[in-house]
Design a protein around this ligand. Structure first.
Ligand SMILES: [Cu+2]
Length: 525
């Protein structure tokens, strides 16, 4: 498959910077549809203009001055500027090397010719929803918040799960953006008093804990904005009682989603068939292919595939996101509608329908991750502190630290690995949250299994690439944590790559670390 994308920017009427990938035929941020084994040749032209330099993001000063960015080879630059860009293919098990999925050194400038990505989708890449977005340190947040993201779908979920064969399939990309009406008062839909609007050091509206009030960011669904304060929803048409597979990507920079479908105000059960691109019964031992849920939490960067059934004709139905308590220093994320679901007999059918009689997907030939004994256990933790210890209102420094190492902000000019792993190993990582807001742990190149949530064993029969970590209440002797089983067995995944919080303000603010997977013979005993 070939794709020619240009990253364009523009300044909206309200002064917000907007970014978009534009394909050769004018399509905006196209969904790239691929199959295992396919070769994707993607030419990315950096079409950013000087506009991008007029509004330096909060943390720009940390990095913009570093380096000259004058090397002619886009594979060797590494120094980051607001008008530079690159691509990360979130969730794909492809090598962390230039022209594939390297974001440590790969930097594309506006003066460069279109940059070629050549990506072979692995034969064992699970079928599901993935995505692409820029990953320039210090400037990922403004570009993604401005709209730079797109879905990448690996076809074949019906080969892994007979429950979805023949279903029409739709892709929804939910993005966040700065408020279109930041000065508007909340519209009161219930008896709650207007919430106080307090802001954090990054200028985001603090979590009110009420479920209402002014959100930190607006949301859009497939580029239809649903802005505060009236939240005029988008419209989704579906035939009455029709079953469809909905694949939803939370491409937000910082906003958590908790998706729910209401019919006549009653929550409907949603049949989850995949998370983060991976079918639910990936282990082959779950005994079921669907997890029925009344609502689905999606941290930034997470994806879900679920079966919905169209409501009866004439009934009021909607897709909403429920409030997420992001913690006392988290952003305010109230309950709000995303789309009205309208059941009409002549609703246009989605353009994609899953095969009715597909060849079953071959089973993985490696042992299920949950059955592999980990070589070792590592402990990492999220922490935060004011940049100026004397001034609690100064901007926040965000850290992810390997226990025993000195907390250090990510520095693109010092990419010595924090963690070295011999290829072939499986490890357990315990990740603690020592802060009073949510973080979403993500690692490039690999998936992991969630083994424990706050010490409670889960043993999920599927893998994830992004996991929410609960916030600390400020008093408990134990910090909230997740225990993950990390899979470094893939022989293709050798080299240096990143793990970080996927709340992009945090990532740009330093909450990122470097891992090196070394070839087996070179590994120390
Ligand atoms: Cu975070």
């Amino acid at each position: 498959m070939k794709a020619d994308l240009t990253l364009r920017d523009g300044s909206a009427a309200n002064g917000q910077m907007r970014y978009c990938y534009v394909a050769a035929d004018g399509t905006e941020s196209p969904t790239l549809r691929l199959q295992p084994g396919d070769l994707l040749i993607l030419h990315l032209k950096n079409g950013l203009t000087e506009l991008a330099t007029s509004q330096p993001p909060a943390h720009a000063h940390q990095h913009a001055a570093a380096g000259t960015n004058s090397t002619t080879d886009p594979c060797q630059r590494g120094s980051m500027t607001p008008f530079a860009t690159n691509l990360h293919f979130h969730g794909l098990a492809i090598p962390p090397v230039c022209h594939q999925d390297d974001v440590l050194k790969t930097t594309i400038n506006p003066s460069d010719a279109p940059f070629e990505y050549r990506i072979r989708i692995p034969m064992n890449q699970p079928p599901g929803l993935y995505w692409y977005h820029p990953h320039i340190h210090g400037f990922t947040n403004p570009q993604v918040l401005g709209g730079a993201s797109g879905a990448l779908l690996i076809e074949g979920i019906e080969r892994a799960n007979p429950e979805v064969t023949g279903l029409p399939e739709r892709v929804f990309v939910i993005r966040d953006q700065d408020l279109l009406n930041p000065d508007a008062q909340p519209v009161q839909t219930d008896s709650m008093p207007p919430a106080l609007v307090l802001r954090d050091a990054e200028g985001d509206i603090l979590n009110t804990g009420t479920g209402g009030g002014k959100p930190a960011k607006d949301l859009s669904i497939n580029f239809v904005p649903v802005p505060y304060p009236n939240y005029l929803p988008a419209k989704i048409e579906i035939r009455p009682q029709e079953k469809q597979l909905w694949c939803v990507l939370n491409a937000s920079a910082i906003t958590y989603l908790d998706l729910q479908m209401l019919v006549e105000n009653k929550p409907q059960m949603l049949g989850v068939v995949s998370l983060d691109g991976v079918p639910i019964n990936d282990s082959g031992t779950a005994g079921h292919q669907i997890i029925w849920q009344g609502h689905i939490l999606l941290p930034p960067a997470a994806r879900v595939g679920f079966i919905v059934k169209g409501p009866s004709a004439g009934t009021a139905a909607s897709l909403i996101t429920r409030t997420v308590d992001t913690g006392p220093v988290g952003e305010n994320d109230p309950t709000r509608p995303l789309a009205t679901i309208v059941a009409v007999p002549n609703a246009p059918e989605p353009s994609v329908q899953l095969a009715i009689n597909p060849a079953p997907l071959p089973r993985a030939n490696s042992a299920w991750l949950g059955d592999v004994k980990p070589a070792r256990t590592r402990r990492l933790y999220f922490s935060e502190k004011p940049h100026d210890p004397q001034n609690p209102n100064s901007r926040t420094d965000f850290y992810i630290t390997v226990e025993g190492q000195e907390p250090k902000l990510f520095d693109p000019n010092d990419t010595a690995p924090n963690i070295i792993v011999p290829q072939g190993d499986v490890e357990d990582w315990i990740i603690e949250n020592r802060t009073r807001e949510l973080h979403a742990f993500h690692i490039h190149q690999i998936h992991f299994m969630l083994e424990e949530w706050n010490g409670v064993p889960l043993d999920e029969p599927f893998l994830r690439d992004t996991i929410n970590v609960a916030y600390w209440d400020g008093t408990s002797p134990q910090f909230p944590s997740v225990k993950l089983r990390m899979d470094f067995r893939d022989p293709q995944i050798v080299g240096t790559f990143l793990y970080h919080c996927h709340l992009l303000e945090h990532e740009d603010g330093g909450m990122m670390g470097v891992i090196q997977v070394v070839p087996r013979p070179a590994a120390k005993p």
